[in-house]
Design a binder for this molecule. Structure first.
Ligand code: WQD
Length: 340
């Protein structure tokens, strides 16, 4: 068993990281988590051990500290790859605290890149975002759609991150541009754990449905879309996790650096998300249309041809499964609080 390829997963206790660790284990890899738990909880790792019936090695370390990370990497023997999730990801928070984002997201990536070079690690997978496109002139967006001036420091850290990788790693890196990750593992044991008031749509929906939030505010219905609300490409977090395994396998046979859109290819409106949530979960949602949120783009969804054909990856789940799993997870968190 111990000849499984070791994959370092920074931010591996986070929302997408935890789901990816599950898929890595199921695909025969040996994931090693590095997480400073600034935006995740250690008990999530216990849940991951239950889910995979295995012991998962993790280190509570901040990716920005090169010395600590170098010492850690030195003791790990052969490292087959690194998946770098560790970053702050709130658009709104990044506008309020830009330096927090530049310091954390850029320095941690620079440290990881140095370590990849130091230890000649053959594979790097980086979590980027569709936010790099801004409001594209043409939809769906392909990987060749021009990257626009970022609308937030968060978006800018993703654009700079992609450039840093393309400048540093000529062979052996995959950049995954996530669209909107939603949902949770069908077991209800792991999922998204927003700190405080959720900024993103789906956790706000589930917290409203369960009564933590009074009312969902829908930011604007005066956009140039079918029902006036914004369109996004919502991708089930498990589909997204599987794309990372495919990215590692792609790098087994291709000594190159490539960028891929990871979405479903469908643009879904906010109102459609609300109605679908109510239908699949048989709950009524209290919501109100309010003015637009600053910085929101009108619509974006992915052309996923490149990932489908080259990564041999395609999203299997739709918003119904994702919204069912998101609700199941919210109910689980509530259950846990009640029994605590
Ligand atoms: C989606 C839609 C809102 C909350 C950002 C990042 C992206 C990724 C996901 C990290 C928009 C509307 C939302 C609410 C609402 N980040 N909305 N009421 O802004 O598309 O993407 O988060 O993984 O990189 O750019 O996601 O979920 O915040 O918003 O009406 O209470 O839902 O206006 O149209 P967004 P979101």
């Amino acid at each position: 068993m111990e000849n499984r390829p070791k994959i370092i997963v920074t931010g591996g206790a986070g929302f997408i990281g935890s789901h990816t660790v599950i898929e890595l284990i199921e695909a025969g890899y040996l994931p090693i988590i590095i997480d400073n738990f600034s935006n995740s909880q250690e008990w999530i790792i216990d849940r991951m051990c239950i889910l995979t019936q295995s012991k998962i090695t993790y280190y509570s370390v901040d990716c920005k500290s090169y010395e600590t990370m170098h010492e850690l990497f030195s003791g790990l023997g052969d490292i087959a790859g690194v998946i770098h999730f560790a970053a702050f990801k709130s658009v709104g928070e990044s506008v309020a605290s830009p330096l927090k984002y530049y310091n954390n997201n850029i320095i941690s990536l620079a440290t990881i890149l140095q370590l990849v070079l130091d230890f000649k690690i053959p594979k790097l997978v980086f979590s980027s975002s569709c936010t790099v496109y801004g409001q594209a002139n043409q939809l769906p967006v392909t990987e060749l759609t021009p990257v626009k001036a970022a609308e937030s420091p968060y978006g800018y850290t993703k654009q700079v991150g992609e450039q840093m990788i393309n400048d540093t790693i000529k062979e052996g890196a995959v950049i995954l541009r996530y669209f909107n990750p939603i949902g949770a593992h069908s077991s209800g044991l792991i999922g998204e754990l927003p700190i405080g008031k959720p900024e993103n749509l789906v956790p706000y929906i589930t917290q409203t449905a369960i009564g933590i939030r009074k009312q969902l505010q829908i930011y604007g219905n005066d956009y140039n879309t079918s029902d006036g609300t914004c369109l996004r490409d919502y991708i089930h977090v498990v589909d997204l996790a599987k794309a990372h395994v495919k990215a590692l396998k792609f790098l087994d046979d291709n000594n190159t650096t490539e960028t891929f859109n990871v979405g479903t290819g469908k643009g879904i409106s906010v109102l459609e998300m609300v109605k679908t949530f109510e239908t699949v979960n048989n709950v009524k949602l209290n919501y109100k249309i309010v003015p637009r949120r600053e910085g929101d783009i009108e619509q974006i969804y992915a052309d996923t041809t490149k990932a489908n054909s080259i990564l041999k990856w395609k999203a299997q789940y739709g918003i119904k499964e994702a919204l069912r799993d998101a609700w199941n997870w919210e109910l689980n968190i509530q259950q846990m609080k009640l029994s605590a």
